[in-house]
Ligand binder design. Structure first.
Ligand SMILES: [Zn+2]
Ligand SMILES: [Zn+2]
Length: 160
């Protein structure tokens, strides 16, 4: 496994804590690490299948929960049909998701640093914000309404 630095650190910490990296855990971790993308339970199961590894959805889900708990992967609702899982690497990122058009914009991690400081200082809470999705309305949907762009397209089409 060609693991990023943060992953190697976490793996050695887990070994020190006596956590067992069983075959299913290793296989699911490999899939997420090699993809680097947002994967659903089904995506993970399919990738395992392609690698010749049969695992039922319940097992995949259980392994994903363990990987999340020990801080190797993130679990996020991006507003799609299913929750997505992603490996946590050095390039932490988050998302702004539009509730109207579904557009997803990447949010830089340092935007959340003031929030982290406030949580530590005022709430004595150590936050683990690995991969956050914030829901709202994008500029286009706020200013134009979601129907107007579609109407303009129709009118342009008739003229040409
Ligand atoms: Zn993401
Ligand atoms: Zn929008």
């Amino acid at each position: 496994m060609n693991a990023p630095r943060i992953l190697e650190q976490t793996l050695s910490r887990l070994r020190e804590q006596g956590e067992r990296l069983t075959r299913p855990r290793r296989k699911v971790l490999e899939v997420l690490n090699q993809s680097g993308d947002h994967l659903t339970v089904n995506d993970v199961q399919r990738a395992l299948q392609q690698a010749g590894e049969e695992m039922d959805a319940a097992t995949v889900y259980r392994v994903l929960q363990w990987l999340k708990r020990v801080g190797l992967i993130s679990q996020t609702d991006l507003g799609g049909e299913a929750i997505v899982y992603q490996i946590i690497d050095d390039h932490r990122h988050h998302h702004l998701v539009c509730l109207s058009c579904g557009s997803i914009v990447e949010l830089s991690d340092d935007v959340l640093d003031p929030l982290r400081r406030t949580l530590r200082r005022d709430y004595d809470f150590e936050p683990r914000i690995d991969h956050l999705a914030l829901f709202g309305l994008c500029k286009r949907c706020r200013t134009q309404g979601s129907l107007r762009p579609a109407l303009q397209d129709v009118q342009t089409g008739q003229r040409s």
